[in-house]
Design a protein around this ligand. Structure first.
Ligand code: NAD
Length: 289
């Protein structure tokens, strides 16, 4: 397939490299990055012209909208704009409408799995958009990832992603504060893990990504809380979920509480580059206000 790939950062570059390794004809563009092994065009529009699928992997919705405005006129009729960035639902839907007006198809397909999943080709894609475009893009999802789920129409991939990550942020905080309470009660962390991981408090954050070093399977806690999933990215996703909740008039008090805590952790305490499970050492050092 002839593919353009715009946004070759930490995630985009390895995703593009996997498509090239699988034999696809890929041209990339990035305003700053120049990763190895990817032939680059001079502009986004030049990369996009003649491509059957144009993939974008960009930092936010404003940049996505401006790149979309530049590439849609250059894309061939019937081509697919496949956006894998994590952006607000509104931007995803605006870009999808613009694509349709330009005679194109659009899919929003944010990912989970992080940079390890991007380089290993094991991402999960949450997809919104038309069935036919999804069917065309499926072989690409199968190269870049291990699972893709078509969640509904335009924006529903982003909706699934921010709902999932709202649960993740809230659950991580609950798991960390419970460990810190257990410490203060004199309850051994291994015993806490052995009970909770097989009881009704179990969760992905406890069972698969335990925030306590030396307990449970290997996780960023065992590597000095190097990400993994950086707290700054969790904060971004929690902001997107509250932005969506505001627009949809949904009551999400736990999501808001998680947002407030990660905002403090990242912005006041300078922990943006630390794994989001480092909430545990934070709680350890704290006392009741
Ligand atoms: P990144 O900052 O490493 O990469 C973004 C790239 O976009 C950069 O190379 C930048 O130069 C480029 N760019 C910015 N403006 C551009 C423009 N106008 N035209 C072309 N290129 C432009 O970020 P990343 O970690 O690769 O994340 C990309 C997206 O994936 C984000 O939306 C992020 O939320 C999402 N995401 C990241 C992770 C992760 O673990 N890093 C996990 C899941 C989802």
């Amino acid at each position: 397939m002839k593919i353009a790939f715009i946004g070759l950062g930490n995630m985009g570059a390895p995703m593009a490299q996997n498509l090239i390794a699988a034999g696809h004809d890929l041209t990339g563009f990035d305003t700053a990055a120049t990763p190895e092994g990817i032939s680059l065009a001079a502009t986004a529009a030049e990369a996009a012209s003649g491509a059957e699928v144009v993939i974008t992997m960009l930092p936010n919705g404003a940049i996505l909208r401006s790149v979309a405005a530049e590439i849609h006129p250059a894309m061939q009729p019937g081509a697919i704009h496949l956006d894998c960035s994590t952006v607000d639902v509104e931007s995803a839907q605006a870009v999808a409408s613009a694509a349709t007006e330009a005679g194109l198809s659009a899919l929003d397909a944010p990912v989970s799995g992080g940079t390890g999943g991007a380089s290993g080709g094991t991402l999960t894609f949450m997809v919104g958009g038309p069935d036919a475009a999804y069917a065309t893009a499926l072989p690409l999802f199968e190269i870049m990832g291990q699972k893709s789920v078509l969640c509904g129409g335009a924006g529903m991939g982003q909706a699934a992603k921010i709902c999932n990550n709202m649960i993740l942020g809230v659950t991580m905080i609950a798991t960390c504060e419970a460990f810190a309470l257990a410490d203060k009660l004199g309850l051994d962390r291994q015993s806490m893990f052995d009970v909770v991981s097989t009881s009704s408090g179990y969760s992905w954050t406890m069972n698969a990504y335990c925030p306590a070093p030396g307990v449970g399977p290997q996780s960023p806690a065992d590597n000095d809380y190097k990400p993994g999933f950086a707290s700054a990215l969790m904060l971004k996703d929690l902001r997107l979920s509250q932005q969506a909740a505001e627009a949809a008039d949904a009551d999400t008090p736990m999501g808001q509480a998680a947002l407030d805590l990660y905002a403090e952790f990242v912005e006041s305490e300078g922990q943006g580059d630390t794994d989001f499970s480092a909430m545990l050492p934070r709680f350890e050092k704290r006392h009741r206000a």
